[in-house]
Design a protein around this ligand. Structure first.
Ligand code: 20N
Length: 464
């Protein structure tokens, strides 16, 4: 992404013009980031900031060449001289190209109720008062991995509840597999969204996510997968030879887990007459688990029917909770049409049919990484304090047309307090004596905290 990595142009056009718009003698701008009340989920899992810091902000990021390139672009873009070239040259000469800002943030993986400060940004050199909000456009993109992590936590809770009712909660980490790489807009999004999913789960087909967790969060291998068929590898044998394509999967992968998409022609025929018929003894003799994947039809109806057919052919046991569990060599994964609503519908349907959630895993793509936006958690970045001359002033907005968009004013701390349910966070004025849960992660071009993926997972787990 080298072609885009110029901090001067990683912002919205209008921000380029803002240095002239603050009150004369503005010396400091202090802004904060929050998930406003009314968000889809009442709590947000904060995740991803360290990627933006390392990729775009750490070290000397301003060079004369980048300033010149931005100047040329903006002169054309605005049809005139709007760009603050002198402001950027000040950062180059007085700070060696390192950004004179301080960023504080809650540790990644922390689960924070809406309406609380998650991050603050302020300039550390009065000449760079304009820089704080210049960075908003880039920093607010942390909404995306944070929303994916938040959404995955909600899905994990749904699956865990179902497992608690009908099966074994120890299986939860592998129950929602990331199928989403193809359904997002670019590799960077796949990596960020996929890594956010891995904060709560361990199964993924999103290799970019593992690479990001490795390169930006020191994780040797954040997610695991298994050999699996796609339609091309089954249908290229021809319709008459579906059984041979299926047998080949068992012989090519004689042990361990293997997943086979089984709806190329007739999912019910495949369950009954191929897996449960011609290949039944091979499946039973195999030292491993065959995972049958339906991929079409109404998901709750199809999954229940597939479980019933496989149950008839392979038999099942009834667990201590009174739910049916298929022969251990056979399981099912539903990877079509999975979003958070469909997840609940399927789990309810199989529970109603007396099948344990142990029998099924889910794959999710668009529903996992793409069916969400910045409004899902109502994320906003707003200025709450400025220093003009030697006067510090609280600032806020309070639109008469939407009271829910009122912003906070002043400088903040995020403090934790314990109640019956556990720990909760509250945002208080920075003068409060209690310890601040916001940590200084970046100052003047330097990364001050380098979190590991393992620490982030631990934090997300701790606050269950
Ligand atoms: C494409 C595909 O089907 N992949 C795939 C299928 C299943 C699993 C992983 C990837 N994993 C599981 O079903 C585990 C819970 C047992």
């Amino acid at each position: 992404m080298d072609w885009l990595n110029n901090i001067c142009w990683l912002t919205d056009s209008y921000k380029v013009s803002h240095y002239k718009q603050y009150p004369p003698d503005t010396k400091q701008v202090y802004s904060y980031f929050e998930s406003r009340s009314g968000s889809t989920y009442p709590e947000t899992t904060f995740f991803g900031l360290q990627y933006w810091l390392k990729q775009y902000l750490v070290g000397p990021v301003v060079t004369q060449d980048k300033i010149n390139q931005a100047e040329r672009l903006f002169n054309a873009h605005f049809c005139g001289q709007v760009f603050n070239g002198a402001g950027w040259e000040y950062i180059l000469t007085h700070h060696g190209g390192r950004l004179p800002v301080e960023i504080k943030a809650v540790p990644e993986g922390t689960v924070v109720g809406s309406s609380n400060v998650l991050m603050t940004v302020e300039n550390t050199d009065p000449h760079a008062y304009w820089l704080t909000n210049y960075l908003e456009s880039l920093l607010v993109q942390v909404w995306y991995p944070s929303t994916v992590a938040t959404h995955c936590r909600a899905m994990k809770n749904i699956i865990r509840d179902s497992l608690a009712q009908t099966g074994d909660i120890a299986l939860v980490d592998f129950k929602l597999h990331d199928f989403g790489f193809r359904g997002v807009t670019c590799p960077e999004q796949a990596a960020l969204g996929g890594a956010a999913h891995l904060v709560n789960f361990q199964g993924t087909d999103n290799i970019a996510a593992i690479v990001l967790a490795n390169q930006f969060y020191h994780e040797p291998c954040a997610g695991f997968s298994i050999p699996a068929a796609e339609h091309s590898t089954i249908t290229s044998w021809g319709q008459e030879h579906e059984v041979d394509a299926c047998r080949n999967m068992l012989t090519q992968y004689p042990t361990g887990l293997v997943a086979v998409v089984s709806d190329s022609y007739d999912i019910f025929n495949c369950c009954t007459n191929i897996w449960g018929g011609v290949l039944k003894n091979e499946v039973l003799a195999r030292d491993g688990v065959l995972i049958v994947r339906p991929d079409s039809g109404d998901p709750p109806t199809t999954v229940v029917k597939v479980l019933n057919l496989l149950g008839e052919k392979f038999a099942f046991t009834t667990n201590a909770k009174g739910y049916r569990v298929l022969h251990p060599n056979v399981r099912v994964i539903q990877g079509d049409g999975i979003d958070i609503q469909m997840l609940s519908l399927i789990l309810n349907a199989i529970e109603q049919a007396n099948w344990s959630a142990d029998n099924i895993a889910f794959g999710s793509g668009g529903g996992l990484l793409q069916k969400l936006n910045r409004d899902t958690q109502r994320f906003a970045f707003k200025c709450s304090s400025v220093t003009v001359g030697d006067e510090e002033r609280d600032v806020f907005k309070q639109p008469i047309t939407d009271s829910s968009k009122k912003s906070k004013s002043g400088r903040f701390k995020l403090v934790s307090r314990s109640n019956e349910q556990g720990t909760e966070f509250v945002t208080v004025p920075s003068t409060d004596a209690r310890p601040d849960q916001l940590q200084c992660v970046f100052r003047n071009g330097e990364l001050l905290i380098d979190q590991t993926f393992a620490q982030i997972r631990e934090a997300a787990m701790r606050q269950r």
